[in-house]
Design a protein around this ligand. Structure first.
Ligand SMILES: [Zn+2]
Length: 174
């Protein structure tokens, strides 16, 4: 009897792991094949500058305008949030801008966006910039594109092109 119970437990565990893996696989495949796999589901996120006072508010406001005219809205941009808020991680409803520490991003990466999601709904976003990279042309527009749920698109001149030198100011949904 004890033996049987152990087998049932093992079976349940395997079913769970297989189900979880298939689920992750489907999610990964969908993300690869879909230009905009994620959504804020009608929420308007708030952007917090936790990079530091030297971050360019002008560049960020320009990037926010870029997406506003394309139908993606934010609540507001806070250039000087309280330090205690910046110590939090994965704050629901927020897009947090941070300075990447040391060599965290690797040599070829200027900035990186991480989304926390429930299914395909975005809960929070963190954008890490290499020191100074926030001033590069269109980089905020590109990273905010990820923050709004877009993936990469290898089309010359598109804002979501993964390579900085082939990226441009155009946006279209393929
Ligand atoms: Zn990118």
């Amino acid at each position: 009897m004890r033996f049987l119970r152990a087998r049932v437990a093992l079976f349940v565990c395997i079913v769970f792991i297989v189900g979880f893996t298939i689920g992750l696989g489907i999610k990964f495949f969908y993300e690869l094949k879909t230009f905009k796999p994620y959504t804020w589901n009608g929420e308007t996120p708030i952007i917090l500058n936790c990079y530091g006072p030297e971050f360019s508010e002008l560049q960020m406001v320009r990037a926010i305008d870029y997406w506003t005219v394309r139908g993606h809205h934010i609540g507001f941009y806070e250039h000087n949030p309280p330090p205690s808020v910046c110590e939090e991680e994965n704050l629901w409803g927020f897009i947090i801008l941070r300075k990447a520490s040391g060599r965290a991003l690797g040599d070829d990466t200027l900035a990186s966006t991480t989304r926390s999601t429930t299914g395909f709904i975005i809960r929070s976003v963190e954008i890490h910039y290499k020191p100074g990279a926030f001033n590069l042309d269109l980089i905020n527009e590109h990273e905010l594109g990820h923050a709004f749920g877009y993936g990469h698109l290898i089309e010359q001149g598109h804002i979501m092109h993964p390579h900085f030198h082939q990226m441009g100011g155009d946006f279209w949904v393929p």
